[in-house]
Write a protein that binds this ligand. Structure first.
Ligand SMILES: Nc1ncnc2c1ncn2[C@@H]1O[C@H](COP(=O)(O)OP(=O)(O)OP(=O)(O)O)[C@@H](O)[C@H]1O
Length: 274
């Protein structure tokens, strides 16, 4: 895909080194507003490092990250979340002893007025208005993700697929402009994968949220993405539409080198249960 005139997110020559290891080396790509952009690559390619750098858990050794035109490279993770960059985690990061609803409420936390001065000056009508707005958003999310029946269940009691859905609900409660999903269908069976793919498409359609995801499930990536970025050894080796990327010889070689190519082929041809 050609770069949008006004990308919502720009990754510009980002390098991340751990000692002598360059997990990312001059990575550049753009995310168009309203797109579903996926980052793929063999194990160890740098996908998680990239996600952690974009969301602010790591500070890049060089390069810049711009969100809505603003350079956010030096901004800490909570500020990025508040600006509208929300993420889920590869290993579910929910409060397992808490209910589904309480976990979703925590997603709103980044927008709450919690400072001492805020607490002094922020009360009465405005506060009641915020409480009402929050409840509305929570209800919309619960309805949208079809989790009404489990709203009071502790997260630990839920199936893996439902936990992933709750994690998405919590990220949506941040009212993000860009939702970053770290392996949203990892460990899911085919039915759960199809449900999640539908939710991701609907989040984009109904909530107008741009999606940036890292995912190993090639079938799912190629089905729902507008734009695919392929990493290998910390560098972008291909960047384009799913069709362009699938036919790119360097991509095939990268997966060949990793031993993943047979799996890639089978998944691309839908021969493997997710
Ligand atoms: N905290 C760290 N300290 C040192 N090296 C790291 C650290 N995190 C990642 N690396 C190295 O950076 C490189 C990229 O790793 P990363 O986890 O980002 O890849 P990945 O594409 O997400 O892999 P996977 O698909 O297996 O999750 C690897 O060589 C890895 O060993």
């Amino acid at each position: 895909m050609t770069a949008a005139a006004n990308p919502i997110l720009e990754i510009d020559q980002v390098t991340l080194a751990f000692g002598g290891v360059k997990a990312l080396n001059g990575v550049s790509f753009e995310v168009a507003p309203g797109s579903i952009t996926s980052v793929i690559g063999p194990n160890g390619a740098g996908k998680t490092s990239l996600f952690n750098t974009i969301s602010g858990f790591y500070r890049p050794t060089a390069g810049h990250i711009r969100f809505l035109g603003e350079d956010i490279t030096q901004r800490p993770a909570p500020q990025r979340a508040k600006l509208g960059l929300a993420r889920s985690f590869q290993n579910i990061a929910l409060f397992r002893g808490m209910t589904v609803l309480d976990n979703i409420k925590l997603g709103r936390h980044c927008h709450l007025h919690t400072g001492v001065l805020d607490a002094l000056f922020y009360y009465g009508k405005a506060r009641r208005e915020e409480v009402r707005l929050r409840a509305d958003i929570e209800e919309r999310i619960i309805d949208f993700l079809e989790i009404d029946h489990i709203r009071n269940a502790p997260v630990a009691a839920l199936s893996y697929g439902l936990q992933k859905r709750v994690e998405m609900a919590r990220a949506l409660a941040m009212q993000p402009k860009v939702l970053m999903l770290d392996e949203p269908v990892a460990g899911m069976n085919r039915e759960e994968t199809e449900d999640m793919a539908r939710f991701i498409l609907d989040v984009r359609e109904e909530w107008g949220v741009t999606i940036l995801m890292v995912e190993h499930d090639m079938g799912m990536v190629m089905d729902i993405s507008d734009h695919v970025v392929v990493l290998n050894f910390g560098e972008v080796i291909a960047d384009g539409t799913p069709a362009a990327v699938q036919g790119n010889p360097e991509v095939i070689r990268a997966y060949l080198g990793s031993g993943d190519v047979e799996e890639l082929r089978r998944k691309l041809h839908g021969e493997v249960e997710a």
